[in-house]
Design a protein around this ligand. Structure first.
Ligand SMILES: *[C@@H]1O[C@H](CO)[C@@H](O)[C@H](O)[C@H]1NC(C)=O
Ligand SMILES: *[C@@H]1O[C@H](CO)[C@@H](O)[C@H](O)[C@H]1NC(C)=O
Ligand SMILES: *[C@@H]1O[C@H](CO)[C@@H](O)[C@H](O)[C@H]1NC(C)=O
Ligand SMILES: [Zn+2]
Length: 303
């Protein structure tokens, strides 16, 4: 430890600088379901895929992913500050007018630059996948990863939040004893506390519990309605509307700048977070099955 700090030049010093830079670069700009949230959403989706979608995804993912979509579902967050992807920053969320608690596509998603618009854009790109491999205007691998990621984000209630507080990012709170902010509580803190308190920090057990709850548990009546979607290009509006409504009813409700959020907030909100992760997964599977399935010719896109 000491020698690291005492030799700030030469190779060790260089490494030290690199490490510091990486640390700074990775300071979370708390603006997405955590890695855990995205992994869970994508794993749930993967288990519901039909063979055609499984094949397409295996084909589109890089070899090192070994057919596992969930391993790359947070990739869009890792590149969001890269110059090339900077224009996509606003595709991870939606700002809605303060206290309105509604989402209006024309008002809140100008030029399609919001998460609902991102989902539609990448869905329409992926619809071309079945046309063949040559002459593709877009990178289908990226389209798959962005669609999968944004389907998670649109289900995180605080990703559809108020404009002035940046979806809760500027509302400083304590999560139990740690400093956090309201957005981050929903992105990650609730998930991590859930994993620690109930699942021995094992994401697989959490995932199984989520899946059990929609196959034969508390949500088994709901699951078919989650996947209901007449028009792939208008359903994201429904998901965003659900999110802002949950953000108002459960996210913002009763929370003030500087509050400490603990047991009461956790136990009442945890079921909401769990359900949103599951819904995101079910709906992502529905999108991918339809986009890669045989009948995609019947889907006409606006873009
Ligand atoms: C859709 O995504 C492509 C990149 O894949 C981008 O060039 C285009 O501007 C996007 N369209 C909208 C409406 O955001
Ligand atoms: C598509 O995007 C991925 C991820 O950015 C990249 O690794 C790959 O080389 C791209 N493929 C093509 C054909 O450009
Ligand atoms: C699944 O349902 C059980 C029984 O209602 C509940 O205790 C548990 O918290 C639920 N788990 C998840 C992850 O939603
Ligand atoms: Zn994101």
């Amino acid at each position: 430890m000491g020698s690291w700090l005492e030799t700030p030049d030469g190779w060790t010093g260089r490494m030290f600088q690199v490490v510091i830079c990486l640390m700074i670069a990775s300071v979370p700009v708390a603006q997405s379901w955590s890695k855990e949230g995205h992994v869970l959403t994508c794993r749930i989706a993967q288990d519901l895929l039909e063979p055609e979608a499984v094949g397409a995804i295996k084909n589109l993912l890089p070899d090192y992913a070994d057919g596992d979509l969930s391993s790359l579902c947070s990739w869009p967050d890792q590149v969001r500050h890269w110059f090339k992807y900077r224009w996509m920053n606003s595709l991870h969320f939606i700002d809605t007018p303060d206290l309105a608690c509604t989402f209006d596509y024309a008002r809140d998603c100008k030029n399609d630059k919001c998460v609902a618009g991102g989902i539609s854009n990448f869905t329409s790109q992926l619809l071309h996948y079945r046309e063949g491999t040559s002459d593709r205007r877009y990178n289908m691998t990226e389209a798959l990863l962005f669609l999968s990621h944004f389907m998670g984000d649109i289900h995180q209630p605080m990703h559809v939040g108020f404009t002035s507080d940046e979806g809760g990012n500027t509302i400083q709170v304590h999560w139990f004893k740690r400093k956090s902010n309201l957005h981050h509580v929903w992105d990650r803190d609730i998930i991590l506390t859930t994993l620690a308190d109930f699942y021995n920090r094992d994401m697989r057990i959490f995932q199984q519990d989520l899946q059990t709850n929609f196959t034969k548990g508390i949500w088994d009546d709901d699951i078919s309605s989650w996947g209901d979607c007449h028009d792939l290009f208008s359903c994201p509006t429904k998901y965003a509307t659900e999110s802002i409504s949950l953000a108002c009813k459960w996210g913002y409700k009763g929370v003030h700048q500087g509050d400490t959020l603990a047991d009461d907030y956790f136990s009442s909100r945890m079921p909401i977070v769990a359900k949103r992760i599951a819904q995101g997964g079910v709906r992502l599977a529905m999108f991918l099955n339809r986009v890669f399935g045989e009948h995609n010719q019947q889907i006409t896109g606006p873009i």
